[in-house]
Design a protein around this ligand. Structure first.
Ligand code: AMP
Ligand code: MN
Ligand code: MN
Length: 324
């Protein structure tokens, strides 16, 4: 698919991504916005997202992001990026519903092909990688390249997760050739944490619990703790990745409280367990090695249930080995 071909005859374009947007979501949405601004200045383009963190300040036009939907507007084409299902584009659902044509560009294994045109590659490292393939390289400016590079860096954990392919590196290299400040992008948007973020990371690690013979680890941040430190969920990124690095651990589980008995659950695995299966079982989604969902109930029940799903997968694996 070529984005410019899809837009033939269009005058108005809307773009959005998933709730609690991460680097890939912001990078892909702003990358497409920037590409259209550069190459189709006559188009009326609006990008809708929750307000991104200040670490993404270097992205051109980041301040143009709209946080409230224009419910009356009927977009000629409405793009949804880095998002596997429609329940994750709230509060911009009406823009999608009213659009004449919808396009989804994504890389989630749990993607349900909900748009008119779906460009989904579950093998791709990031939505930015899939987006890149729909753009013409010679029309990508330095500003667009900075967005695409941001998404790739964030969703590959700086080129280390198993979803990183030779193709990923090739695209990242092409973005570097556009003259972007790649060191600053990595340092400022990915690694730099505020003092408070480091404190809450330290606390989450201190209170983490190993279980299932050390193969699993979980940690929890309560709403009281978030209030104490004055942080929101957005500032807890990176904790589950650090838990995953614990020696001997296959699955890391991180929860933060979002309501009375409601938690946002993040799952990460190293080599064996398919966490997207577990997340999908609970109505969420994601990728084989990184997935998430919202859980209701008591923490120990949530952890026990996830533990049981992990055990099921281990049993199925050892059963398969015995058969061989
Ligand atoms: P997180 O743990 O929130 O960083 O998410 C890990 C991956 O799973 C990301 O690619 C998310 O887009 C995806 N994901 C997280 N929560 C959900 C959910 N409730 N439904 C579908 N996908 C999700
Ligand atoms: Mn994402
Ligand atoms: Mn992504």
């Amino acid at each position: 698919m070529n984005v410019l071909e899809e837009l033939k005859g269009a005058e108005t374009v809307g773009i959005t991504g998933h709730i609690r947007p991460d680097g890939d979501c912001i990078g892909s949405c702003m990358g497409l916005y920037s590409y259209l601004k550069d190459n189709c200045p006559q188009l009326d383009v609006t990008v809708y997202l929750e307000t991104p963190g200040s670490e993404f300040h270097y992205i051109r036009d980041i301040d143009k992001i709209q946080t409230i939907p224009d419910i009356k507007k009927e977009y000629d084409v409405f793009f949804v990026l880095d998002c596997s299902s429609l329940d994750r584009i709230e509060p911009f659902h009406s823009c999608f519903e009213n659009a004449k044509k919808t396009v989804c560009i994504d890389h989630h294994i749990s993607n349900g092909s909900f748009a008119d045109v779906n460009v989904v590659d579950a093998q791709a490292s990031s939505a930015c990688e899939v987006l890149y393939r729909t753009l013409e390289d010679d029309k990508i400016s330095k500003d667009t390249a900075a967005c695409i590079y941001t998404g790739i860096v964030h969703d590959t954990g700086v080129f280390k997760y198993s979803s990183t392919s030779a193709q990923t590196m090739l695209i990242a290299g092409k973005m570097m050739e556009k003259g972007i400040d790649y060191s600053d992008i990595i340092d400022n948007s990915f690694y730099t944490k505020t003092y408070i973020q480091n404190q809450i990371l330290g606390r989450a690690l201190l209170e983490s619990v190993l279980f299932y013979d050390g193969k699993c680890i979980f940690s929890l941040v309560t709403q009281d703790e978030m209030n104490f430190y004055g942080v929101t969920g957005r500032e807890l990124g990176g904790i589950v990745e650090q838990l995953r690095l614990t020696e001997g651990v296959e699955v890391a589980i991180f929860l933060y409280q979002t309501g009375e008995e409601e938690y946002k659950v993040s799952l990460r695995s190293k080599k064996v367990i398919d966490v997207s299966k577990i997340a999908m079982h609970y109505g969420g989604g994601g990728h084989i090695r990184a997935a998430g969902f919202t859980a209701n109930g008591a923490v120990h029940d949530i952890i026990n249930n996830i533990g049981a799903r992990i055990e099921e997968q281990y049993n199925a694996l050892s059963g398969a080995e015995n058969v061989e």
